[in-house]
Design a protein. Sequence first.
Length: 114
Amino acid sequence: MFERDHVANLDGRTRDRYFERTRATWRIASSLRNHTRWQVADATRVKPPEIWDLVLCRNLVIYLREPAGRTLLQDIASVLAPSGFLVVGRAERPPDSRGLRAVGTCTYQNNVIA
Ligand SMILES: C[S@@+](CC[C@H](N)C(=O)[O-])C[C@H]1O[C@@H](n2cnc3c(N)ncnc32)[C@H](O)[C@@H]1O
């Protein structure tokens, strides 16, 4: 759930496209929610078999001891689709050797061509 303040900076078109209003709050639109699958797991132990277009892994790696943090980012990089995106926290960087290039603040794109 998102409070009114959380969506206040979005333009109305974006907000209405990606969010639905509930009584006093907002939530992600069902058209997006229907394309998501949630799973509780230890990210350092589970390596999903799928290929991902987008991985949001913000402010987790900074709490891991090395080499767990580096290994996790390498594992994520290895399951990113060609041109897939990884978003990390401000203090986090994916390994240089994995073909990811910075394309925005905290946002990296897989450089691998399909
Ligand atoms: C500082 S919070 C960041 C939350 C959010 N991603 C953000 O940037 O606001 C760190 C989160 O990582 C989760 N976490 C810590 N160790 C984890 C692990 N081994 N596997 C999965 N999640 C973990 C914690 O439960 C917590 O929700």
